[in-house]
Design a protein around this ligand. Structure first.
Ligand code: GDP
Length: 457
């Protein structure tokens, strides 16, 4: 895929009708090709970063009135010559212009090819290129920030610096191989051990950040469970501040699960309202109950809702014992407190990892308190502005492999293995670290990453 001698073209804006559409050309001939269809100034004689008004003409026929933006290599996204043609956003016009540009020598771009060129020409490293895809897909403030941090080089800079130090050690250990007869030690084992420990610490933190990073990207799963009529649907509506779930008085109406997205402090939570738990009487109910248990086992946080007026202490204790799983934070939501007599107090022995909050879903009381608790229990103050989060499964895997290789290096040092074994493990660590930033790549890996982009990106 490394042919950058040809000039590629694609629509950079979304498909469909819009006020304007932007067609992007990139490659050595971009300006010449654009100029060949342009009636206006001679584009080949203009400066970089200038915009020119004129017409796109096919033979004598005017196709559209456009603006041509010029970016001359290497001062462009791809580091090649780039022209962005802003035309009117009609499918017909866009298609006609792209066809014309192809007739004049451009080639239709493949998915992600602009960004791939930016990577191949050294504009971005691989994790930054991936951040571009994440940024385009970001649908919450936190997802946008995580992608932006990665795009600015966040953790790849950090890893690159550590990788370079390790490269130095690798070469010293390799040098020892040349003198194997003489039993010399160029790489100080104590220093090497310290460096490996330092790298391990950084990597360990990045690996840990994936859980939150991934949650931010995908939305944090939040299951709402409880008996029929406890007020789950009403609570869902109160949290969302609208009336989407159907609220009814007939127990068990939420037969399947409903999913809605709630944004708290910039993080998206996927609220999953499950069917009521109780002894299932018909098959549809049964499937619902099974699904509830399944969803609970995968959730990041569980909201257990109960009617504080109706449920006996024994039943409450039973439900909690059945639903609350170790390792999954649970928030016990005592609902319908508007109906409780003023003197009533809720006495519940809370276990570790469990919180209690008293609300009235119907009267929308203490809903904000509940929201902040949901946020705290999942995000746990892990999210600070300069925190680097791993959001990409490919990075996670590469980091885990690096970690394993580094553990072998440490073992090797402890057991005083010979330099050749040590060199091998260090090299493996370097290989996996390089996979993240793209220092080490294969065509398969690149194809795999960039084919997930849309055309025109
Ligand atoms: P679900 O089966 O758990 O989803 O329960 P619903 O949300 O359908 O609520 C069952 C009934 O309880 C409805 O009549 C709601 O209006 C009522 N309800 C829900 N929350 C409250 C509350 O906080 N206070 C009062 N008084 N009624 C509520």
């Amino acid at each position: 895929m490394n042919q950058t001698e040809d000039t590629i073209v694609a629509l950079a804006t979304a498909n469909g009708v819009g006020a304007i559409g932007v067609i992007r050309l990139s490659g050595p001939e971009a300006i010449i090709i654009a100029n060949s269809v342009f009636k206006g100034k001679d584009l080949t004689k203009q400066d970089s970063h200038t915009i020119h008004f004129g017409h796109v003409v096919d033979g004598g026929v005017i196709l559209d009135e456009v603006l041509m933006s010029l970016f001359i290599a290497p001062k462009s996204y791809t580091r090649e010559n780039v022209v962005e043609i802003s035309c009117h956003g009609s499918n017909y016009i866009i298609e006609s212009i792209i066809k014309l540009l192809i007739k004049k020598g451009a080639r239709a771009a493949r998915a992600g090819e602009f960004t791939m060129r930016a990577f191949l020409n050294g504009q971005l490293d691989l994790s930054q290129a991936e951040a571009v895809a994440d940024l385009i897909a970001a649908n919450s403030k936190a997802a946008q920030q995580a992608a932006m941090q990665q795009l600015r080089g966040g953790f790849s800079n950090q890893l690159q610096a550590l990788r370079e130090q390790l490269v130095t050690f690798a070469s010293l250990v390799e040098l020892e191989l040349d003198f194997s007869e003489e039993d010399v030690e160029f790489a100080n084992r104590g220093q090497l051990r310290q460096l490996v420990l330092d790298i391990e610490r950084v990597i360990g933190k990045l690996i840990q950040s994936f859980e939150l990073g991934n949650a931010i990207k995908q939305g944090v799963n939040t299951v709402i469970a409880g008996r029929p009529n406890a007020g789950k649907s009403t609570l869902l509506n109160a949290l969302l501040n609208e009336d989407r779930a159907i609220v009814s008085h007939i127990p068990g109406t939420t037969r399947d699960t409903i999913e809605e997205v709630l944004n708290i402090n910039g993080i998206n939570f996927r609220l999953i309202d499950t069917a009521g738990i109780r002894e299932a009487t018909d098959t549809i109910e049964q499937i619902g109950v099974q699904k509830t248990m399944e969803k609970i086992s995968q959730t990041a946080v569980l909201l257990y809702v109960y009617d504080a007026n109706a449920l006996s202490d024994a039943d409450l204790a039973n439900d909690i014992a059945e639903l609350v799983k170790p390792g999954i934070p649970a928030i016990i939501v005592a609902n319908k407190t508007d109906l409780l007599p003023a003197s009533a107090a809720i006495n519940l022995q809370l276990t570790d990892g469990t919180d209690l909050v008293e609300v009235s879903a119907k009267e929308k009381q203490h809903i904000d308190e509940l929201k902040q608790l949901i946020y705290q229990r999942t995000v746990k103050g892990q999210l600070s502005a300069d925190e680097t989060l791993i959001t990409n499964i490919r990075h996670l895997e590469a980091l885990q492999r690096t970690e394993q290789a580094l553990i072998r290096v440490l073992d090797g040092i402890a057991n005083q293995v010979s330099s050749d074994f040590l060199a091998m493990d260090i090299k493996q660590g370097l290989h996996y670290l390089g996979e993240i930033t793209g220092t080490v790549t294969t065509d398969d890996l690149l194809d795999n990453i960039f084919s997930r982009f849309c055309i025109g990106k």
